[in-house]
Design a binder for this molecule. Structure first.
Ligand code: HEM
Ligand code: MG
Length: 332
């Protein structure tokens, strides 16, 4: 049996987390990094293994300790990624970037076990500082996008990345992909994570002693580009739970509501997808994720794999047990 994910922090107050025991060290040639600036930062400071291969428990522990991510959000996001993307469910290891033999022998296809870089399961289009997979690199820091973020911050956020900036930049990234990416896809779960990721820099990258909700752009660059905590960085002084992120998502989404959909193989052909979960039904996000996304990758799991899959699905549901959703029955 697999270890249960860690519980919540017992002390959620702000504190210094860029400490001498966790120095920033640039990743070595064989160290894996990926599309998530949060996880890249944790690996560069040795809060996750520096090679970029970690267990879900290690990830939950690290995001709570360093960023004060709430336990429900940490478990939900981590197990979502582990279950569909890199999760090697038997070895309990995932890569925070590209596919690697270091996570152990692969399960039968169509399971991917491809690392967080894998496109269209967890990683998706319209990222803040990473380009769409269609353009060739969905995981590296992109200076052109960052410059666009800077100009939006100047125009809408008084020179900061904040909710006012996020409302406009989130919409701009969507408009940009509609107009330039014939394969643009914006359906659940990416539909949700795109908005959540626009909230994350505000709730996680701002020093816990600063209550302005304004993220300085040099600090932002340090996280997005270098995966680096600022010198003397204190973690957020409040745990960010699923509900807290939901509030941020509402604030961003309400400025320019757009429903899930995709381009149809040509640019400017955005067509709504009425089958995709949207913000009106969080439980459909959960149940579609299990019955479509996960089941699609593991249609015939058996033995040890089936057991591990169901354990992971239990951990995943545990994160949202108090959101009023009904648990999808175990796979048989
Ligand atoms: C993006 C995974 C925690 C900040 C991503 C992406 C993945 C990911 C796969 C790429 C999605 C995309 O943009 O296409 C995870 C997992 C986590 C986690 C499994 C485990 C809890 C965090 C934390 C932070 C964070 C703690 C902040 C401290 C971000 C941001 C982006 C992102 C800001 C958007 C990057 C961009 O678009 O430029 N994450 N993440 N994540 N993540 Fe994480
Ligand atoms: Mg992306």
């Amino acid at each position: 049996t697999l270890p249960s994910p860690p519980g919540p922090l017992s002390d959620t107050r702000t504190k210094l987390v860029n400490v001498p025991a966790h120095p920033w060290i640039a990743p070595g040639e064989n160290d894996i990094r990926g599309p998530c600036p949060g996880l890249n930062t944790l690996a560069n400071h040795g809060y996750l293994p520096r090679d970029g291969i970690a267990s879900p428990s290690q990830i939950v522990e690290a995001v709570q300790e360093v960023f004060n991510m709430g336990n429900d959000l940490a478990v939900f996001v981590t197990y979502a990624a582990h279950l569909v993307v890199d999760g090697n469910l038997i070895t309990d290891l995932l890569s925070i970037g590209g596919k690697t033999p270091s996570t152990g022998p692969d399960p039968p296809s169509p399971a991917i076990v491809g690392g967080l870089n894998t496109h269209a399961v967890f990683e998706g289009d319209v990222s803040t500082t990473r380009a769409d997979a269609f353009f060739g690199d969905n995981h590296s820091f992109n200076e052109t996008l960052f410059q666009e973020l800077v100009s939006f911050s100047n125009k809408f956020g008084g020179g900061f990345y904040n909710i006012a900036t996020a409302r406009e930049f989130r919409f701009q990234r969507i408009q940009d992909s509609i107009a330039t990416n014939p394969q643009f896809s914006f359906i659940s779960p990416r539909y949700y994570t795109a908005y959540a990721e626009s909230v994350f820099p505000i709730v996680f990258f701002i020093d816990g002693r600063n209550s302005t909700l304004n993220l300085d752009l040099d600090v932002a660059r340090g996280f997005f580009q270098d995966g680096r905590l600022p010198d003397g960085f204190f973690r957020a002084n409040i745990s960010t739970t699923l509900n807290r992120v939901g509030g941020g998502i509402d604030a961003i989404f309400s400025a320019h509501p757009i429903e899930p959909g995709a381009n149809n193989g040509s640019v400017n052909s955005y067509t709504l997808d009425p089958d995709s979960a949207d913000f009106s039904d969080f439980c459909k996000l959960y149940s579609d994720f299990v019955t479509k996304t996960v089941k699609g990758l593991y249609p015939n799991a058996q033995g040890q794999l089936l057991t591990a899959l169901n354990q992971n699905l239990d951990f995943f549901f545990g994160a949202i047990a108090d959101q009023g959703c009904t648990q999808v029955p175990p796979f048989a």
